[in-house]
Write a protein that binds this ligand. Sequence first.
Ligand code: BGC
Length: 505
Amino acid sequence: MAVVVSSGNAPAFKAKMTVYVFVCVVIAAFGGLIFGYDIGIKGGVTAMDDFLKKFFPTVWEKKQHVHENNYCKYDNQFLQLFTSSLYLAALVASFLASAVCSKLGRKPTMQFASVFFLIGVGLTAGAVNIFMLIIGRILLGFGVGFGNQAVPLFLSEIAPAQLRGGLNIVFQLMVTIGIFIANLVNYFTATVHPNGWRIALGGAAVPAIILLFGSFIICETPTSLIERNKNEEGKEALRKIRGVEDINEEYESIVHACEIASQVKDPYRKLLKPASRPPFIIGMLLQLFQQFTGINAIMFYAPVLFQTVGFGSDAALLSAVITGVINVLSTFVGIYLVDRTGRRFLLLQSSVHMLICQLIIGIILAKDLGTTGSLGKPQALVVVIFVCVYVMGFAWSWGPLGWLIPSETFPLETRTAGFAVAVSCNMFFTFVIAQAFLSMLCGMRSGIFFFFSAWIIVMGLFAMFFVPETKGVAIDDMRERVWKPHWFWKRYMLAEDDDVEKRTE
Ligand code: BGC
């Protein structure tokens, strides 16, 4: 398929959607699959009796009195620490990964990620004590930090501008496939005693091995090569991924972006300058908002949540499998629409959509689920249906766009640093939700759904007024085409222009 990539006053870059780019996209996105697998697997593993008895006996004891309190049965800070230690590690690792990403390239960063994953999987699946378990999770966290730093950037840099949204969302697609596979694995290994949890945790080795070997096939991005003065290799890589001979214009534009970038000695300091504020603030807030949609309350704890509303252990896992399928299928909608309707439409539509779902779920639980007992069948079914509809909305909007927008809006000089801050914010807020959710559920009960609803209103308003459209704009043309014309953000650009003028006077 030939596409001409043009973006207003940017040069028209010729490009084809080549098989090679497709292969690179799929392999790199295996980093997302591992991330997703982990998100999905822990909800199931922490519901398994064998696992709880071995590592968290007090939680297991409490679970025996399951009918005592619907909302508080798994509230245990240690159990939550098992879930969330990974995110703290990933938060720290993403800064390290950003340095590796710019000094050594996107490809070695992915290779590091897969090695961390493999060691982490070995330790968690083979754990004989809680210490091994936590260390294993920290290493998995390093894998996530490195993978989530390198993969979205890699995808945004190798994609032609007109297809960038869709190709970048392949990362999120693989996240959702990972969650879905994990849900299936949870479902089947729940019946394998006493080592089902080891099989479940060990399963992450498969995508980690694919990422490790696959990363030897993929190329480095032209931008990363040229940025590190490997201009001839960069040109060759560009020719290979674009599938056309005439890549000079795009090559020159990358060289130009690299020249500007090379003048910036400290990208983190540059990030604090007014001109960096728009992508910086948006990049951070999108992470806060993505997590405060409440999605991970559902993803991490779907089996626990469904059990809370009155499904048996097996039925609960099965419902989680259903939300998994819906999550995957709806992400395709995002891939299809993101470069057609644009980013803003998806964010706004889904805010309304998710708000309605959260409110309905909250109202049913508030009305019909007491501290003990269970929901009636019809109400439980309505809850599951609205959880599914809610997941749909997230899957084509705040999920993928939380990764896409920060990976495409920073200029090259602050791209890896800015994206690292975004990744670490994502990890931080994921950590907050993972650590706090079960206690919040216990303390706020059904009120937790109203809490997330309030956040959805805030994020919808933010998207309406402050998130500009970036569809089809070349990655190095955001300043002229996106920030300068924006009603609010232009003030930071003008401030910088004034600054430059004063300096040259
Ligand atoms: C988010 C995860 C979430 C997943 C759900 C990702 O974009 O970063 O925190 O669990 O989407 O599909």
